[in-house]
Ligand binder design. Sequence first.
Ligand code: SF4
Length: 461
Amino acid sequence: VTVFSRRGACPALSAPMQTGDGLLVRLNPITQGLPPKTLIGLCKSAMRHGNGIIEVTARGSVQIRGLTETSAQLLAEGVDALGISVRTGVPVETGPLAGLDPTEIADPTPLAESIREAIATRRLSERLGPKVSVVVDGGGMFCMDSVQADIRLIADDGAWQLSIAGDAATATFLRNVSTEDATAAAISILESIAKLGREARARDSIPLTNGPSSPCRDLLPASGEKEIARDVPASSFSPFAGRRSRQGDEGQIAKLGIVDLGKAHALSIALSYGSVTAETLTTLCEAAAAHGASEIRPALQRRLIILGLSAQACAALQAESAVLGFITNASDPRRSIAACPGAPACASGQIETREIAERIAEQSGDVLDPSVTLHISGCAKGCAHPAASALTIVGGENGAGFVVCGTAKGLPASYTPRYEPANGFGRVAKLIRMQRSAGETTAATLAKIGAARLAAAFRQG
Ligand code: SF4
């Protein structure tokens, strides 16, 4: 019996993924955060067994890179020895400050726990594919609008808005359910997905929702019942903005810095492009411990939230984090860039994504505001940002492609040689500066310029 099979179901820890720099494992600790000392232990394990690169994903999972078959097993033993229990089965996710955020509409943790228990009782994880997930969002400062899920329950004034397949902007709304009925409703949909096979996702069950035999039929709005209006009207959605959100892109991104939790404070910081060396993370953990931190939570959008601090300690640690290279304020242009490890870290990488990202942040960062995302992808797989972005630079056989308002899989509108995408973006930035009116967001300026002129600017040289 291997360490992995003994540990059971965690698909990532039991089945590390092959990447360009070796095997990668993903772990989601059962407790939302880890004490600084435990995280230091994990960093040591990552240095000892992997290549010392640690990532926090857009969904808030921790990833450790550069492992071999043997060292991945040793890492799993290390995780066990540190007392880190890893969540297994269908992910049922809540926000990073669930139950602590005083602005939350409802605490989502009891409902999430009830759904987890029902999934376990019915052994649904064995019948569902590994990507099927549930989001239970209590609202508040760290809402989960950007997270894709098969089932989404959003707190709504004494009830839960139930929707399927997508993020908050794209999911199909079914109906409001009471807290008492929410677990049964979620389980009924998961059962309907399971009936379609291990490859099925909630989106596959959408056509069934209209059929007389659909398990979801009863959950649809009754005839004449008005579907809940989205909080953000469609007219405010810019195709360049990437997504709509209850808080807006700006709201999502702005949650960096000191967070007032009422009786306590927390510090929210982000990893640039989602990765950090284990040495740097160790230094951060030591500083956090010295300031009295009790817990560090990996969080949505490649963030870390440090709990147990006074407001004064938050301010001091914020300054120390900035020196260590963490992103500590919302206006940092690196927040608007998503970049995968790319070449040379990933064998599929055709361009040096991180180096390009650094140059763009340095030279053209002034045109990147929270209204847009620039995605820099080593290849068409688009690991760092599967959803559409305002602008995408993607490595391919023809050089560095430039996709306007699409994904890394989209057909590039123009190309530059692989060595010069940062210069190509520099020309795009120059055009944006020339066309931008006072007070205008970058999304609005891009819409004004249009895809053809943007593509032409990227291509010139
Ligand atoms: S997008 Fe391509 S290059 Fe980037 S990490 Fe994924 S597979 Fe590697």
